[in-house]
Design a binder for this molecule. Structure first.
Ligand SMILES: [Mg+2]
Length: 367
């Protein structure tokens, strides 16, 4: 298919409540929607990096610059046999996977729509009951956290993940475990706030029988994680340092963790995600799909990805209403009994609410 037109559109969405992690508070999301058209069909992708270089070095503004000045011009007008053919065209440009993923996701949606198939079937998905986990931002006190997680558990979530940070860890986890009881899958995500010097402190978490501890050490590390893993009973989950299949392979060789949080934007799109999922299945690694506070477009791509059989743990695809007063897609992503299901329509299975999107738009570029 010939890539005839590419549109970049930045929208600003206000979150229902602020979301705090070890690197800051998010109240407003600045999201780039990418549309690619060919033969009267349009596919949609989303750039889901943060507004500031907290989670990764990429930001909404760096992604816009890369897409507008380099990546979109490099692929526009090319005639591709399949979505993954875009990767060699982007290979001259190092890094910036979230920006590249915006294009790559739009192409997968475009191809599935042209084939008149739901994306999840188009990529070989088989799972239809997808367990939903909740990611809970850091709260003002252990008591406030305990109260909040009990309310959320009642909604049916299959796993509750607590964001923790230095000084806001053991007492918070203890309060949450005490309030939830032992039958809830409970995890923590430190977003790299600790070092090997904190090994004893992190070891105290073993008593709370967490499903895993996510990314306790540096965002670019898999070596110290292998050392830490030997001192803990709780499995380690890797997030930030995993950018490719090669990174997962090296982590397996070192013994850095037994759980992978796969974020579609962090690895550059569906093509690399599928390779990683296949490898995790072969190696017996537990796998789930992480979220980046996406709109319904990015969330729909995440739902499609999780239908691959190698996804074994609850993923971060909480319903739209958890984050937004109004999502930009119809239907919104919903959850029933702690499960979400693949969307039945063609492509990513959602229609874009173009009137609402127009109101939220702050800039547009059409190539
Ligand atoms: Mg994480």
């Amino acid at each position: 298919m010939k890539l005839e037109q590419i549109e970049l559109r930045e929208i600003r969405m206000q979150m229902r409540t602020p979301f705090e992690t070890s690197f800051g508070v998010t109240q407003e999301r600045r999201i780039i929607l990418v549309s690619i058209s060919s033969g009267g069909v349009t596919g949609y992708g989303e750039v889901s990096c943060n507004e500031t270089p907290g989670y990764s070095y990429e930001t909404t503004d760096t992604a816009w610059l890369m897409l507008n000045d380099l990546f979109a011009p490099a692929i526009l007008g090319h005639d591709l046999e399949q979505p993954s053919d875009v990767l060699p065209l982007l290979k001259p440009f190092r890094g910036h996977p979230f920006a590249k993923a915006g294009l790559e996701l739009a192409l997968w949606d475009l191809w599935a729509r042209a084939a008149q198939q739901p994306l999840w079937k188009f990529i070989g998905g088989t799972k239809t009951d997808l367990p939903v986990g909740l990611s809970v931002g850091i709260k003002s006190s252990p008591e406030a956290l305990a109260e909040f997680v009990v309310q959320q558990k009642a909604l049916g979530y299959k796993r509750i993940k607590l964001k923790i940070g230095r000084g806001r860890d053991i007492a918070y986890v203890a309060a949450a475990r005490d309030a939830l009881g032992w039958d809830t899958h409970l995890t923590v995500d430190a977003n790299s706030d600790y070092t090997l010097e904190d090994t004893d402190l992190l070891g105290q978490l073993d008593q709370y029988k967490l499903q895993y501890i996510e990314q306790p050490l540096s965002n670019d590390d898999i070596v110290d994680h292998a050392t830490l893993a030997q001192s803990l009973e709780t499995p380690l989950c890797l997030d930030e340092p995993i950018h490719s299949l090669g990174d997962v392979r090296k982590a397996v060789q070192l013994g850095s963790g037994s759980v992978i949080n796969l974020k579609i934007g962090r690895v550059g799109g569906h093509t690399e995600s599928h390779k990683i999922a296949k490898y995790c299945g072969e190696q017996g690694l537990a796998l789930w799909c992480g979220g980046m506070l996406e709109s319904g477009v990015g969330r729909a791509h995440n739902v499609a990805l999780q239908t691959l059989p190698q996804f074994t743990l609850a993923s971060d695809t909480a319903p739209s209403a958890r984050y937004w007063l109004e999502d930009i897609t119809d239907p919104e992503i919903t959850m029933h009994g702690g499960l979400t299901h693949p969307l039945g329509g063609i492509g990513i299975g959602v229609n874009l609410r173009h009137d609402l999107i127009a109101k939220l738009t702050t800039r547009v570029a059409v190539l």
